[in-house]
Design a protein around this ligand. Structure first.
Ligand code: CA
Length: 220
């Protein structure tokens, strides 16, 4: 049973990548230019290390990362099922959003040029990029950005109709899994309706785009 969802980013991998770039720049023979580029790479490091979510990762990437992390840590990390994701995103609420009947760009990262059901979600704020994973308020169970910021892969096949009770994770080569997987939560470029806790997105497992990431679950 999963009673906690733990956010995982590729922060350490990215930090290694930035450190590697920094070492290579530090070895440049032209000192002045090296310092300037070095400063640039430090700025880049600050951005990377500022905990923005990984994006442009396919379902295949995300499940491979979860398997790698599980092996490295000895802990059973995996993508959540669609039902687990919604349970955690709702955090005990039964309203359209965990924030209630409406959502606001002070509470979530989405395209605020659009409204939802005349509720005031149209604020005119559109950040056009991801925010750090621990920014803005967390839901009542301490989870940030379940609504908005990046879509999140689940381990579930896309079934329609959906009964909300599935408990099985699709494995990479399941023959009867169908062509698509479920993504949830909406993203920085979504209209607010796409951030609803019940809203279901779907995408092919090999697909990736700049508003799609993931959040891992750990069996406890
Ligand atoms: Ca999200």
């Amino acid at each position: 049973m999963v009673d906690a969802l733990r956010l995982s980013t590729l922060r350490n991998r990215l930090r290694c990548r930035v450190d590697k770039a920094r070492r290579s720049v530090s070895g440049t023979r032209h000192g002045g230019r090296a310092r300037s580029i070095h400063q640039g790479s430090r700025d880049a490091a600050r951005i990377w290390n500022c905990c923005r979510p990984v994006i442009n990762v396919s379902w295949d990437d995300a499940t491979a990362y979860a398997a790698w992390l599980a092996e490295q840590t000895g802990r059973p990390y995996r993508l959540p099922t669609e039902a687990e994701w919604e349970y955690a995103a709702r955090a005990g609420t039964d309203s359209p959003f965990w924030t209630g009947a409406c959502i606001h760009t002070d509470q979530a990262n989405y395209d605020g040029n659009y409204d939802y059901n005349g509720c005031g979600a149209k604020t005119g704020v559109y950040r056009q990029q991801t925010l750090p994973v621990d920014s803005l308020a967390a839901n009542p169970w301490g989870l940030h950005h379940v609504a908005g910021n990046v879509w999140e892969w689940t381990c579930s096949a896309y079934a329609n109709p959906y009964d909300g009770k599935e408990t099985v994770c699709i494995r990479k080569n399941d023959a009867d899994a169908g062509p698509n997987r479920v993504i949830r939560g909406g993203a920085w470029n979504s209209q607010p309706a796409g951030l609803r806790s019940a809203y279901r997105g779907t995408f092919r497992p090999s697909g990736r785009f700049d508003a799609l990431g993931f959040r891992l679950a750990q069996d406890l």
